[in-house]
Design a protein around this ligand. Structure first.
Ligand SMILES: NC(=O)c1ccc[n+]([C@@H]2O[C@H](COP(=O)([O-])OP(=O)(O)OC[C@H]3O[C@@H](n4cnc5c(N)ncnc54)[C@H](O)[C@@H]3O)[C@@H](O)[C@H]2O)c1
Ligand SMILES: O=c1ccn([C@@H]2O[C@H](COP(=O)(O)OP(=O)(O)O[C@H]3O[C@H](CO)[C@@H](O)[C@H](O)[C@H]3O)[C@@H](O)[C@H]2O)c(=O)[nH]1
Length: 337
């Protein structure tokens, strides 16, 4: 058994994928990144890691890379990720998240790649009837993004049963923060994520931050989410891969800490870190947003022995802020030269 197979990371030039690449490297796995750079950036891929620029829709290109690098495992991060956009452009999401995943899964089965780890999402749960949400909670997505991901989960489950593919389905809750050592962060300039937008507003890179919806049925009227630090999430991927390599089979886990913060609580944490008020305005609800998503996260601890190391909201804000500040300084220096 090859205990450290070569890992093909689709979407490895993106936010979470680039942190997973670092975690894989730190753990001694050889890595290849495959990315079309639609939202990812070249510089997010560490020196020495091959970056193959291509689209996962091009299954022959993917197959060539799998053969060429003798890939033994896939971590599939590539996808379209903005919930509200998925409501406006659902077919983009079914194409990029569902159809392109189908092509990738088929290619893996055809070429005998043994392990497949998939970036799924809390959005598969829709508007849960009970909290906290465990992995057996009903999956009834309320937006095309969540639906497009759930369909991929089903394909993986069935492909595993029929073809013996080992699968790890990781349902991420809200991912935030940046590598504490400053090696990676969230680069997407048009990112829509709350903590990213808030730290950009804190640095004056945006005029203000809007609170989308203040009339939800939650204690302060704003949406509640279970935020997870991206480096803890990246570590969970390495543990999931080791689990599949060692034991085979299938894994379905929530990736979260099991506690929720409202939008207003997050903005307060940012204000505490920067030591002054943020420019905040109240705005209408955003399409496709469920009021609350908070996980039961016992399974990931039990099955993988996962021990989060960066769980405080302050650390998520601080690392995101440090990354944003550095990126802003670097682009200022580039413009000046
Ligand atoms: N960010 C979150 O809070 C969150 C939560 C749950 C699940 N996820 C999932 O995690 C994964 C990574 O998300 P992220 O936040 O890093 O997003 P991201 O946009 O930073 O990364 C996605 C990467 O995939 C690449 N890509 C997209 N389509 C591609 C294609 N057809 N072929 C090749 N490359 C392609 C992009 O260039 C980018 O580098 C996504 O699948 C997303 O659905 C993210
Ligand atoms: O400028 C902003 C940005 C966000 N929000 C609110 O903050 C919460 C979190 O939003 P955001 O950070 O955009 O994340 P989500 O829409 O919850 O989606 C993220 O988390 C999901 C899992 O819970 C993943 O599936 C998605 O890919 C990922 O984008 C929501 O209530 C938003 O309405 C604001 O009020 N103002």
């Amino acid at each position: 058994m090859d205990e450290t197979p070569v890992v093909l990371v689709t979407g490895g030039a993106g936010y979470i994928g680039s942190h997973a690449v670092l975690a894989l490297q730190d753990a001694g796995f050889p890595v290849v990144v495959f990315d079309n750079l639609s939202t990812g950036i070249r510089s997010a891929v560490p020196d020495g890691v091959p970056l193959i620029e291509g689209d996962i829709a091009d299954t022959e290109h993917v197959a060539e890379v799998i053969r060429g690098f003798q890939v033994g495992a896939i971590m599939h991060f590539a996808g379209s990720i903005v919930v509200s956009e998925s409501v406006e452009k659902p077919l983009k999401y079914y194409r990029n998240n569902t159809q392109n995943s189908l092509g990738l899964i088929e290619t893996c089965v055809r070429l005998g790649v043994k392990h497949f780890i998939f970036s799924s999402t809390a959005a598969v749960y829709g508007e849960p009837e009970a909290y906290p949400i465990d992995e057996e909670s009903p999956t009834r997505p309320i937006n095309p993004y969540g639906q497009s991901k759930l369909m991929t989960e089903h394909m993986l489950r069935d492909a595993s049963a029929a073809h013996g593919l080992n699968t790890g389905i990781l349902r991420y809750f809200n991912v935030a923060g940046a590598d504490p050592a400053g090696r990676a962060g969230q680069n997407t300039p048009a990112a829509t994520h709350l903590i990213k937008v808030a730290v950009q507003a804190a640095l004056g890179l945006r005029p203000a931050i809007s609170v989308f919806g203040t009339d939800y049925d939650t204690p302060d009227g704003t949406c509640i989410r279970d935020y997870i630090h991206v480096s803890d999430l990246a570590d969970a991927h390495v543990l999931a891969l080791r689990h599949l390599v060692g034991k085979g089979g299938n894994l379905l886990v929530n990736c979260a800490y099991g506690r929720g913060f409202s939008v207003r609580e997050v903005l307060k944490a940012v204000e505490k870190v920067i030591g002054r008020p943020l420019p905040v305005d109240d705005a209408p609800r955003r399409a496709g947003d469920p009021p609350a998503l908070v996980a039961k996260a016992d399974r990931i601890h039990g099955l993988l022995g996962w021990k989060p190391a960066h769980g405080s909201l302050e650390e998520m804000v601080e690392t995101a802020l440090a990354w944003e500040r550095r990126s802003a300084e670097e682009s200022k220096a580039r413009r000046a030269s």
